[in-house]
Design a protein around this ligand. Structure first.
Ligand code: C2E
Ligand code: MG
Ligand code: MG
Length: 571
């Protein structure tokens, strides 16, 4: 439309100009002809420039054609009439032609640049989207990821603050998922994760948010709840999801989950604390037997704070001289003579008093503190053994507990060897106690470390035997010297458990046949002792004979006993 109007106007102006030049038309406006013609030429120039600027190719073509036509018409007028009057206009038309050419080429370049910028913008948008996917989505399950969840939770906390509503945060961890990966391969594991992710998503309300936290862990946020009942319903629904099996390649998988629940504002007023407390509650659910959900409580939170404080204090326990060893005598069943001791670590903290080894040893293992502490135990026990041997005037053994974490230390064998040398201890008198999980470990490095410890001349005993996973093949191939029957089986003797007694008899038989010694731990009654002795258990450790004692208490045992070192108990 613009082109048609502009071209028409241009043609009208040209027509007027031609007719004025031919003398067919007179415009009486108080201006002379030359001025009017000049104005008309200027207006034509403006129209031509307007066309090039406003319209793209068609505008440019129209402007060029109009100008060429004008030049031709002026030139033919000059030739035909022999008048030089149209020459200034002709030069103007030529000038305009040049200007519109320049404008067109400038526009062309500009358009090319705009196109380039546009394509760059598009590819930038694309990579931005990709980046967004990578930053906020989990590529395996298609769920949002942790970062996105935290952003969302923070926003929901803002809203909940205003509305005085509650938010539930569920920390879900699949039970024994590792075994699926290990036995069926990672692609099956991935498929299971995808199916669970989609089942969990479909069990939620539209305002709830789900994310994959990491590995086999998922997070769910349940915002806008007004009472705990609402949250209970949702947690029930989520637990129900795990009641249905997953079928993959004709195999049916039953996968359960442990769920920890934290609630805003009781269990935290920011995303970090809410997720942390839900995680802690999930761990409690796991430790209580898995396949259940646990709500975070003030007890759980206090316990965690206490553990954190204790962990911090444990770092200073060695230098503050808060650690000490107790020694529990081990006796020979037939003579009831003390043949050695087990060194048991004790921690007397200034603030918390005596902390149970069952509490602080796992902490020491998790933090790596068990390495320096373990070496201190080794050295102290060796030194004490020399003292005991001198007092008892006989060869005694010292059993020292060793954690897996200590065996991961590449230099442990050297360190133990140095302690033996420095304290002048005969390796034959030292026994290290390891758990079944270490002895039957598949890690060849750990097994080599154990072999090396054994090569120093130290005996190896398996602590709490029967409570973990044992392998007969390993019992046969690995040079184990002693099995310590766990207290749980020994207790079974008193409660008349036929199964426990059968297990005890089997352990003793297998050990005898393999040339391995047997010690029963946690023997508390005469009945237990008599049974074990009768069944052929050679060594006994337990309160029935001796409780773990301080070193000076062990030394004072001698005061009441004959100096031969033979210490007997009245039966
Ligand atoms: P453990 O090595 O199986 O030690 C035996 C535990 O049973 C000791 O508990 C001992 O006090 C207890 N006990 C002994 N006889 C009886 C009995 O007749 N009845 C009952 N009810 N209990 C009895 P404790 O001293 O609390 O140690 C617990 C665990 O801590 C030990 O179990 C051991 O696994 C670990 N532990 C202790 N000291 C060390 C250490 O120096 N290093 C490492 N890595 N672990 C240690
Ligand atoms: Mg032990
Ligand atoms: Mg034990």
């Amino acid at each position: 439309m613009r082109i048609i109007v502009s071209v028409t106007l241009y043609v009208i102006f040209a027509f007027i100009q031609i007719n004025m030049s031919l003398g067919n038309m007179v415009i009486d406006g108080g201006l002379d002809d030359a001025t009017i013609k000049g104005i008309i030429t200027q207006l034509q120039m403006l129209i031509a420039i307007y066309l090039v600027l406003k319209e793209n190719k068609p505008g440019f073509i129209a402007a060029v054609l109009l100008n060429i036509a004008s030049i031709f018409s002026s030139m033919s007028f000059v030739i035909r009439q022999g008048s030089s009057e149209p020459l200034p206009a002709t030069i103007s038309y030529l000038g305009v032609l040049l200007i519109i050419m320049l404008i067109a080429s400038y526009k062309k370049k500009m358009n090319a640049n705009i196109e380039k910028i546009d394509s760059q913008r598009k590819s930038l948008e694309k990579s931005e989207n990709k980046l967004f996917q990578m930053v906020y989505y989990d590529s395996l399950t298609g769920l949002h990821n942790k970062e996105w969840f935290i952003d969302n939770l923070n926003r929901s906390i803002h809203v909940a603050k205003r509305n005085a509503s509650m938010i539930g945060v569920l920390f879900i961890d699949l039970d024994s998922f590792k075994s699926i990966n290990d036995t069926m391969g990672h692609s099956t594991g991935d498929e299971v994760l995808r199916i669970i992710a989609s089942r969990l998503s479909s069990g939620l309300r539209k305002e709830d948010v789900i994310a994959r936290f990491s590995g086999d862990e998922f997070l769910i946020m349940v915002p806008g709840i007004n009472n705990m009942e609402e949250l209970h319903k949702i947690t029930d629904r989520i637990m129900d999801i795990f009641k249905t099996s997953i079928s993959l390649q004709v195999i049916e998988y039953f996968i359960t989950a442990s769920v920890g629940v934290a609630v805003y504002p009781e269990d935290g007023v920011d995303s970090e604390n809410l997720i942390k407390n839900a995680d802690i509650a999930m761990y409690i659910a796991k430790s209580k037997g898995k396949n259940q959900f646990i709500y975070c409580t003030s007890d759980i939170k206090n316990d965690t704070i206490k553990k954190m404080e204790l962990t911090n204090k444990l770092y200073r326990a060695l230098e503050n001289k808060e650690l000490l060893l107790h020694y529990q005598p081990q006796v020979q069943a037939d003579t009831q003579e003390i043949i050695g001791f087990e060194a048991l670590l004790r921690w007397n903290n200034k603030e918390y008093g005596a902390v149970s080894p069952n509490m602080f040893i796992p902490m020491a293992e998790q933090t790596g503190m068990i390495r320096p502490i373990g070496l201190w135990v080794f050295k102290t026990a060796c030194e004490q053994l020399t003292v005991f041997q001198n007092i008892f005037c006989k060869n005694l053994s010292m059993s020292i507990n060793l954690s897996l974490e200590q065996l991961k230390d590449i230099d442990i064998v050297n360190k133990i060897s140095n302690i033996l040398n420095d304290t002048g201890t005969n390796a034959d008198n030292i026994q290290v106690e390891i758990t079944e999980s270490i002895a039957f470990n598949e890690d060849s490095f750990i097994l080599q470390q154990l072999e090396d410890v054994k090569n120093l001349g130290i005996s190896i005993s398996i602590d709490d035997f029967g409570t973990g996973y044992s392998s007969f093949a390993r019992l046969k191939s690995f040079p184990i010297d002693l099995l310590k029957i766990d207290i749980d089986f020994v207790r079974g003797i008193s409660s008349g458990s036929q199964k426990d007694m059968a297990i005890i008899k089997s352990i003793i038989n297998i050990a005898n046949n393999l040339g391995i010694e047997v010690l029963a731990e946690g023997v508390e009654t005469r009945e237990q002792f008599m049974y074990l002795r009768e069944k052929g258990c050679k060594f006994i450790q337990g309160y029935y004979f001796y409780k773990p004692m301080k070193s000076n208490e062990v030394e004072s045992l001698l005061g009441n006993k004959p100096k031969t070192g033979l210490i007997t108990v009245n039966m």
